[in-house]
Design a binder for this molecule. Structure first.
Ligand SMILES: NC(=O)c1ccc[n+]([C@@H]2O[C@H](COP(=O)([O-])OP(=O)(O)OC[C@H]3O[C@@H](n4cnc5c(N)ncnc54)[C@H](OP(=O)(O)O)[C@@H]3O)[C@@H](O)[C@H]2O)c1
Length: 275
Protein backbone atom coordinates (compact mmCIF):
# COMPACT_ATOMS: atom_id res chain seq x y z
CA UNK A 1 0.00 0.00 0.00
CA UNK A 2 1.36 3.39 -1.03
CA UNK A 3 1.86 5.74 1.92
CA UNK A 4 3.74 8.66 0.33
CA UNK A 5 1.20 11.25 -0.81
CA UNK A 6 0.49 12.41 -4.35
CA UNK A 7 0.46 16.23 -4.51
CA UNK A 8 -2.30 17.81 -6.59
CA UNK A 9 -1.38 21.41 -7.44
CA UNK A 10 -4.58 23.31 -8.27
CA UNK A 11 -6.58 20.88 -6.13
CA UNK A 12 -9.62 23.16 -5.89
CA UNK A 13 -9.81 23.77 -9.66
CA UNK A 14 -11.76 22.07 -12.44
CA UNK A 15 -9.17 19.36 -13.12
CA UNK A 16 -7.55 19.18 -9.69
CA UNK A 17 -10.76 18.68 -7.70
CA UNK A 18 -11.70 15.69 -9.90
CA UNK A 19 -8.19 14.24 -9.59
CA UNK A 20 -8.28 14.53 -5.79
CA UNK A 21 -11.69 12.82 -5.64
CA UNK A 22 -10.66 9.99 -7.95
CA UNK A 23 -7.33 9.34 -6.21
CA UNK A 24 -9.04 9.27 -2.81
CA UNK A 25 -11.73 6.89 -4.09
CA UNK A 26 -8.97 4.59 -5.32
CA UNK A 27 -7.33 4.71 -1.88
CA UNK A 28 -4.25 6.81 -2.68
CA UNK A 29 -2.98 9.27 -0.08
CA UNK A 30 -3.43 12.79 -1.47
CA UNK A 31 -1.97 16.14 -0.49
CA UNK A 32 -4.00 19.06 -1.78
CA UNK A 33 -2.00 21.94 -3.23
CA UNK A 34 -3.99 25.16 -3.28
CA UNK A 35 -3.49 28.40 -1.37
CA UNK A 36 -5.96 27.44 1.36
CA UNK A 37 -4.85 23.81 1.74
CA UNK A 38 -3.74 22.39 5.09
CA UNK A 39 -0.18 22.62 3.70
CA UNK A 40 -0.60 25.57 1.34
CA UNK A 41 0.92 25.77 -2.14
CA UNK A 42 1.17 29.22 -3.74
CA UNK A 43 2.83 29.82 -7.12
CA UNK A 44 3.57 33.38 -5.97
CA UNK A 45 5.24 32.21 -2.72
CA UNK A 46 8.06 29.76 -3.50
CA UNK A 47 8.66 29.56 0.26
CA UNK A 48 5.51 27.36 0.41
CA UNK A 49 6.83 24.80 -2.08
CA UNK A 50 9.31 22.87 0.10
CA UNK A 51 6.68 21.86 2.66
CA UNK A 52 4.12 21.07 -0.04
CA UNK A 53 6.57 18.79 -1.86
CA UNK A 54 8.09 17.11 1.22
CA UNK A 55 7.68 13.31 1.13
CA UNK A 56 5.64 13.42 -2.08
CA UNK A 57 6.04 10.63 -4.63
CA UNK A 58 4.34 12.26 -7.64
CA UNK A 59 2.77 15.63 -8.36
CA UNK A 60 0.04 16.86 -10.70
CA UNK A 61 0.98 20.33 -11.93
CA UNK A 62 -1.72 22.67 -13.21
CA UNK A 63 -0.35 26.18 -13.49
CA UNK A 64 -2.39 29.28 -12.67
CA UNK A 65 -3.51 31.32 -14.50
CA UNK A 66 -1.94 29.87 -17.66
CA UNK A 67 1.45 28.71 -18.91
CA UNK A 68 1.39 31.67 -21.34
CA UNK A 69 1.66 34.24 -18.52
CA UNK A 70 4.95 36.10 -18.09
CA UNK A 71 7.26 34.21 -15.72
CA UNK A 72 5.47 30.85 -16.01
CA UNK A 73 8.44 29.01 -17.51
CA UNK A 74 10.74 30.33 -14.76
CA UNK A 75 8.31 29.12 -12.12
CA UNK A 76 7.99 25.69 -13.74
CA UNK A 77 11.79 25.47 -13.85
CA UNK A 78 12.02 26.46 -10.18
CA UNK A 79 9.32 23.93 -9.28
CA UNK A 80 11.30 21.19 -11.04
CA UNK A 81 14.38 22.11 -8.96
CA UNK A 82 12.32 22.02 -5.75
CA UNK A 83 10.71 18.71 -6.74
CA UNK A 84 14.10 17.15 -7.46
CA UNK A 85 15.47 18.40 -4.13
CA UNK A 86 12.45 16.95 -2.32
CA UNK A 87 12.92 13.52 -3.97
CA UNK A 88 9.69 13.66 -6.01
CA UNK A 89 9.77 10.86 -8.61
CA UNK A 90 7.20 11.97 -11.19
CA UNK A 91 5.53 15.12 -12.52
CA UNK A 92 2.31 15.16 -14.56
CA UNK A 93 1.91 18.52 -16.32
CA UNK A 94 -1.39 19.91 -17.60
CA UNK A 95 -0.65 21.82 -20.78
CA UNK A 96 -2.67 23.55 -23.50
CA UNK A 97 -2.97 22.39 -27.10
CA UNK A 98 -1.37 24.52 -29.82
CA UNK A 99 0.28 27.02 -27.44
CA UNK A 100 3.96 27.92 -27.93
CA UNK A 101 4.49 28.98 -24.29
CA UNK A 102 2.99 25.74 -23.07
CA UNK A 103 5.43 23.80 -25.31
CA UNK A 104 8.34 25.56 -23.61
CA UNK A 105 7.05 24.45 -20.21
CA UNK A 106 6.48 20.91 -21.50
CA UNK A 107 10.14 20.84 -22.57
CA UNK A 108 11.25 21.91 -19.09
CA UNK A 109 9.36 18.95 -17.61
CA UNK A 110 10.58 16.60 -20.38
CA UNK A 111 14.19 17.55 -19.64
CA UNK A 112 13.79 17.59 -15.86
CA UNK A 113 15.44 14.22 -15.26
CA UNK A 114 12.26 13.16 -13.42
CA UNK A 115 9.66 10.71 -14.66
CA UNK A 116 6.90 12.66 -16.39
CA UNK A 117 3.66 12.57 -18.35
CA UNK A 118 2.42 15.50 -20.42
CA UNK A 119 -1.35 16.01 -20.65
CA UNK A 120 -1.93 18.51 -23.47
CA UNK A 121 -5.59 19.43 -23.46
CA UNK A 122 -7.98 21.04 -25.92
CA UNK A 123 -10.49 23.71 -24.87
CA UNK A 124 -12.45 22.53 -21.78
CA UNK A 125 -16.20 21.81 -22.02
CA UNK A 126 -16.45 22.79 -18.35
CA UNK A 127 -15.49 26.40 -19.23
CA UNK A 128 -19.22 26.64 -20.01
CA UNK A 129 -20.46 25.16 -16.71
CA UNK A 130 -17.80 25.81 -14.04
CA UNK A 131 -15.50 28.35 -15.63
CA UNK A 132 -15.59 31.91 -16.87
CA UNK A 133 -18.35 31.23 -19.44
CA UNK A 134 -20.93 29.94 -16.95
CA UNK A 135 -22.24 33.48 -16.39
CA UNK A 136 -22.47 34.30 -20.12
CA UNK A 137 -24.32 30.98 -20.72
CA UNK A 138 -26.84 31.93 -18.04
CA UNK A 139 -27.15 35.37 -19.68
CA UNK A 140 -27.85 33.65 -23.01
CA UNK A 141 -24.86 34.97 -24.97
CA UNK A 142 -21.36 33.52 -25.33
CA UNK A 143 -19.08 35.99 -27.12
CA UNK A 144 -15.67 34.72 -28.26
CA UNK A 145 -13.14 35.69 -30.95
CA UNK A 146 -13.50 32.27 -32.57
CA UNK A 147 -15.34 33.04 -35.82
CA UNK A 148 -16.77 29.81 -37.15
CA UNK A 149 -13.74 27.62 -36.41
CA UNK A 150 -14.29 24.16 -34.98
CA UNK A 151 -12.69 23.00 -31.74
CA UNK A 152 -12.51 19.40 -30.44
CA UNK A 153 -13.84 20.47 -27.03
CA UNK A 154 -12.49 18.17 -24.28
CA UNK A 155 -14.26 16.96 -21.16
CA UNK A 156 -12.43 17.70 -17.91
CA UNK A 157 -13.54 14.28 -16.59
CA UNK A 158 -11.39 12.70 -19.32
CA UNK A 159 -8.44 14.97 -18.52
CA UNK A 160 -8.69 14.01 -14.85
CA UNK A 161 -8.92 10.29 -15.67
CA UNK A 162 -5.78 10.51 -17.83
CA UNK A 163 -3.93 12.46 -15.13
CA UNK A 164 -4.90 9.93 -12.45
CA UNK A 165 -3.70 7.06 -14.66
CA UNK A 166 -0.42 8.89 -15.24
CA UNK A 167 0.08 9.64 -11.54
CA UNK A 168 -0.52 6.04 -10.47
CA UNK A 169 0.79 3.83 -13.29
CA UNK A 170 4.38 3.96 -14.59
CA UNK A 171 3.27 2.64 -17.98
CA UNK A 172 2.39 6.26 -18.78
CA UNK A 173 5.89 7.57 -18.03
CA UNK A 174 7.38 9.60 -20.87
CA UNK A 175 4.06 9.84 -22.73
CA UNK A 176 2.50 12.93 -24.28
CA UNK A 177 -1.29 12.61 -24.37
CA UNK A 178 -3.20 15.11 -26.47
CA UNK A 179 -6.71 15.20 -25.07
CA UNK A 180 -9.62 16.14 -27.31
CA UNK A 181 -13.27 15.24 -27.39
CA UNK A 182 -14.56 12.84 -30.04
CA UNK A 183 -16.17 15.57 -32.16
CA UNK A 184 -15.28 18.90 -33.73
CA UNK A 185 -17.78 21.58 -32.76
CA UNK A 186 -18.16 25.20 -33.77
CA UNK A 187 -18.97 27.48 -30.85
CA UNK A 188 -22.39 28.12 -32.42
CA UNK A 189 -23.03 24.35 -32.38
CA UNK A 190 -21.79 24.09 -28.79
CA UNK A 191 -24.11 26.92 -27.72
CA UNK A 192 -27.06 25.24 -29.45
CA UNK A 193 -26.39 21.93 -27.67
CA UNK A 194 -26.07 23.70 -24.31
CA UNK A 195 -29.28 25.60 -25.00
CA UNK A 196 -31.18 22.39 -25.76
CA UNK A 197 -29.83 20.57 -22.68
CA UNK A 198 -30.27 23.50 -20.31
CA UNK A 199 -33.67 24.56 -21.64
CA UNK A 200 -32.60 28.20 -21.83
CA UNK A 201 -31.75 30.33 -24.87
CA UNK A 202 -27.98 30.41 -25.47
CA UNK A 203 -26.39 31.96 -28.56
CA UNK A 204 -22.83 32.34 -29.72
CA UNK A 205 -21.66 35.74 -30.89
CA UNK A 206 -18.36 35.91 -32.81
CA UNK A 207 -16.39 38.99 -31.78
CA UNK A 208 -13.05 40.44 -32.87
CA UNK A 209 -9.86 40.04 -30.85
CA UNK A 210 -10.04 43.79 -30.12
CA UNK A 211 -13.56 43.45 -28.69
CA UNK A 212 -12.44 40.46 -26.60
CA UNK A 213 -9.44 42.44 -25.31
CA UNK A 214 -11.66 45.37 -24.33
CA UNK A 215 -14.01 43.05 -22.43
CA UNK A 216 -11.11 41.33 -20.63
CA UNK A 217 -9.60 44.70 -19.64
CA UNK A 218 -12.68 45.36 -17.53
CA UNK A 219 -12.50 41.92 -15.91
CA UNK A 220 -8.80 41.34 -15.26
CA UNK A 221 -6.72 44.40 -16.18
CA UNK A 222 -4.12 44.89 -18.93
CA UNK A 223 -1.84 41.85 -18.39
CA UNK A 224 -4.75 39.40 -18.18
CA UNK A 225 -6.37 41.02 -21.23
CA UNK A 226 -3.12 40.91 -23.25
CA UNK A 227 -2.28 37.30 -22.41
CA UNK A 228 -5.76 35.84 -22.88
CA UNK A 229 -6.17 37.74 -26.16
CA UNK A 230 -2.86 36.28 -27.35
CA UNK A 231 -4.01 32.79 -26.30
CA UNK A 232 -7.20 33.28 -28.32
CA UNK A 233 -5.23 34.58 -31.32
CA UNK A 234 -2.96 31.54 -31.12
CA UNK A 235 -5.48 28.79 -30.39
CA UNK A 236 -8.74 29.92 -31.99
CA UNK A 237 -7.46 30.22 -35.56
CA UNK A 238 -8.52 26.74 -36.67
CA UNK A 239 -5.10 25.04 -36.45
CA UNK A 240 -6.35 22.90 -33.55
CA UNK A 241 -9.37 21.71 -35.55
CA UNK A 242 -8.55 18.02 -35.59
CA UNK A 243 -9.15 15.07 -33.28
CA UNK A 244 -6.48 13.15 -31.39
CA UNK A 245 -6.42 9.72 -29.74
CA UNK A 246 -4.92 10.69 -26.36
CA UNK A 247 -7.83 9.46 -24.24
CA UNK A 248 -8.01 6.17 -26.10
CA UNK A 249 -4.23 5.59 -25.90
CA UNK A 250 -4.10 6.41 -22.19
CA UNK A 251 -7.32 4.79 -21.01
CA UNK A 252 -8.37 2.31 -23.70
CA UNK A 253 -11.77 3.96 -24.10
CA UNK A 254 -13.38 6.68 -26.19
CA UNK A 255 -13.50 10.28 -24.92
CA UNK A 256 -16.78 11.60 -23.54
CA UNK A 257 -18.99 13.34 -26.05
CA UNK A 258 -20.07 16.97 -25.62
CA UNK A 259 -23.69 15.75 -25.42
CA UNK A 260 -22.81 13.74 -22.26
CA UNK A 261 -21.18 16.82 -20.80
CA UNK A 262 -24.30 18.90 -21.55
CA UNK A 263 -26.59 16.32 -19.89
CA UNK A 264 -24.38 16.08 -16.77
CA UNK A 265 -23.91 19.84 -16.44
CA UNK A 266 -27.65 20.49 -16.86
CA UNK A 267 -28.49 17.82 -14.26
CA UNK A 268 -25.96 19.33 -11.83
CA UNK A 269 -27.85 22.63 -11.89
CA UNK A 270 -24.94 24.58 -13.38
CA UNK A 271 -27.30 26.30 -15.84
CA UNK A 272 -30.24 26.90 -13.49
CA UNK A 273 -30.97 30.59 -13.10
CA UNK A 274 -31.33 31.76 -9.51
CA UNK A 275 -35.03 32.34 -8.78
N1 LIG B 1 -9.77 26.18 -19.67
C1 LIG B 1 -9.29 25.59 -20.76
O1 LIG B 1 -9.98 25.46 -21.78
C2 LIG B 1 -7.89 25.01 -20.72
C3 LIG B 1 -7.44 24.25 -21.80
C4 LIG B 1 -6.14 23.69 -21.74
C5 LIG B 1 -5.33 23.92 -20.62
N2 LIG B 1 -5.82 24.69 -19.58
C6 LIG B 1 -4.95 24.94 -18.40
O2 LIG B 1 -5.62 24.53 -17.24
C7 LIG B 1 -4.95 25.18 -16.12
C8 LIG B 1 -5.99 25.51 -15.07
O3 LIG B 1 -6.49 24.29 -14.58
P1 LIG B 1 -7.98 24.17 -14.03
O4 LIG B 1 -8.92 24.69 -15.08
O5 LIG B 1 -8.15 22.79 -13.52
O6 LIG B 1 -7.94 25.19 -12.81
P2 LIG B 1 -9.04 26.29 -12.42
O7 LIG B 1 -10.39 25.65 -12.40
O8 LIG B 1 -8.79 27.49 -13.28
O9 LIG B 1 -8.64 26.60 -10.93
C9 LIG B 1 -7.44 27.26 -10.62
C10 LIG B 1 -6.67 26.49 -9.55
O10 LIG B 1 -5.44 27.16 -9.33
C11 LIG B 1 -5.36 27.52 -7.96
N3 LIG B 1 -4.64 28.77 -7.81
C12 LIG B 1 -5.05 30.03 -8.13
N4 LIG B 1 -4.08 30.91 -7.85
C13 LIG B 1 -3.04 30.20 -7.34
C14 LIG B 1 -1.74 30.53 -6.84
N5 LIG B 1 -1.29 31.79 -6.81
N6 LIG B 1 -0.96 29.53 -6.38
C15 LIG B 1 -1.38 28.25 -6.38
N7 LIG B 1 -2.59 27.86 -6.83
C16 LIG B 1 -3.41 28.83 -7.31
C17 LIG B 1 -6.78 27.58 -7.46
O11 LIG B 1 -6.79 27.31 -6.08
P3 LIG B 1 -7.04 28.39 -4.93
O12 LIG B 1 -7.67 29.60 -5.58
O13 LIG B 1 -7.95 27.63 -4.02
O14 LIG B 1 -5.69 28.65 -4.35
C18 LIG B 1 -7.41 26.44 -8.24
O15 LIG B 1 -7.17 25.22 -7.60
C19 LIG B 1 -4.24 26.40 -16.69
O16 LIG B 1 -2.85 26.19 -16.64
C20 LIG B 1 -4.70 26.42 -18.15
O17 LIG B 1 -3.71 26.89 -19.01
C21 LIG B 1 -7.07 25.22 -19.61
Amino acid sequence: MQTAPILVIGSTGKTGSRIVKSLEQKGYPVRQGARSSAIPFDWDRPDTWEAALAGVTAAYVSYFPDLAFPGAADKIEALVRSARAAGVRKLVLLSGRGEAHARKCEDIIRNSGLEFTLVRAAWFAQNFSEGYLQGPVLDGMVALPAGDIKEPIADVDDIADVAVAALTDDRHNGELYEITGPRLLSFAEAAAEISAAAGIPVRYMPITLEQFHAAMLGIGGPVVADVFTEICRETLDGHNAYLTDGVERALGRKPRDFADFCRTAAASGAWKKAA
